[in-house]
Ligand binder design. Sequence first.
Ligand code: NAG
Ligand code: NAG
Ligand code: ZN
Ligand code: ZN
Length: 439
Amino acid sequence: MASFNWNNLFIIIFSCYLTATPIFSDSNTIPNLLDLAKEPQVFDWMVDIRRKIHENPELGYEEFETSKLIRAKLDELGIPYKHPVAVTGVIGYIGTGLPPFVALRADMDALLMQESVEWEHKSKVAGKMHACGHDAHVSMLLGAAKILKYHEKDLQGTVVLVFQPAEEGGAGAKKIVDAGLLENVSAIFGLHIVPDMPLGEVASKSGPMSAGCGLFEATISGRGGHAALPQHSIDPILAASNVIVSLQHIVSREIDPLDSQVVTVGMFQGGGAFNVIPDSVTIGGTFRAFSSESFNQLKHRIEQVITGQAAVQRCNATVSFLEELKPLIPPTVNNGDLHDYFRSVAGSVIGINKVKGVEQMTGSEDFAFYQEALPGYFFLLGMEDVSVERLPGAHSPYYKVNEDALPYGAALHASLAAKYLVKLHHEVPVVEGKYYDEL
Ligand SMILES: *[C@@H]1O[C@H](CO)[C@@H](O)[C@H](O)[C@H]1NC(C)=O
Ligand SMILES: *[C@@H]1O[C@H](CO)[C@@H](O)[C@H](O)[C@H]1NC(C)=O
Ligand SMILES: [Zn+2]
Ligand SMILES: [Zn+2]
């Protein structure tokens, strides 16, 4: 199916009216979907999908075969979808086809690196690897789709499945949001599997969880000349060195020590000879912060400090934040109401003792783009079983997924979505702004 077919949706809506026996009508009577996700017809199916995707890793906006596989599986399940969204993205719909809507997100892209794990389903594409677990994320979301499809007639609204491209620096989430298909969605949930937490445990926090991330590049121009006659040159090497030192003073001297921020210069390119002062130097780096306000202020000061400090040394500087190439990723900030909701649902699926807190991380996650547009909640899912092996970190060439984590992801996704629709169903709609107007 090449595009969304409304006829399918109408058939689904009609069959719902004819056969509804709502076990999801009360959140207390929703069965534990984890047991279902561990059944071979779901578990083996997810493992098979994950291995197929692992063997054929595709980079951001090139996930053509991955997208095709997802669509084939949705066709198999009788789930209508829209495609293409954001180049390779697929958006599926389960339930009544009517509001309310709740979304679940999986990222599809792999990394530009060579797999070093020798196993039957090793990457078949030289120099590309699923080393962040996005293959598992896709398979978990399809697993959730399969589970939800079994219970479709009980859903009190529509679950929107978001398979997005290009999480790894390509801001695929932004393209999905810009496509406008999530405009009536009440909430969105996303997860990331992590190798350093026990299998089946989850961790998250309310408020800022991952940092906003930006890149900067600056060219500092002076006037080249003979190294023995500095008075005839304008030395960009010294100017760039002072720029770097001054950049480090932003965080240490201007920022609230309790508001974590990072500026790192990771690139310095200039000069090619021992006895020549070059014409220019190019430096580049990254910056991180946990609120949009701090992030924008930091960006502003980076530009000022580079141009100002270069001028002190009679150089000119141009600064670029490379937004065309790598869009700035905002901070990932979890909605406080969804935090309470998440803890209660995750507790009912895996036991409240497995629902942990987490410190904020200076890494970034493009799920943040959804959270700018609608209430969103992101959490980590552990997959380490130390009785079997210790797992290497994400983005390692030795990265491995413990496939026993797949049912946890599928069941959490499915439960979060199904129960959220129940919750919305029971809530009296609030007209936004109404209560403020009356104050
Ligand atoms: C959202 O709802 C409005 C009002 O019902 C409708 O006009 C619009 O098409 C909907 N958008 C999407 C993406 O479904
Ligand atoms: C800096 O730019 C000004 C204005 O364009 C120019 O006059 C000056 O020569 C430049 N300086 C250097 C070191 O490139
Ligand atoms: Zn990654
Ligand atoms: Zn990732």
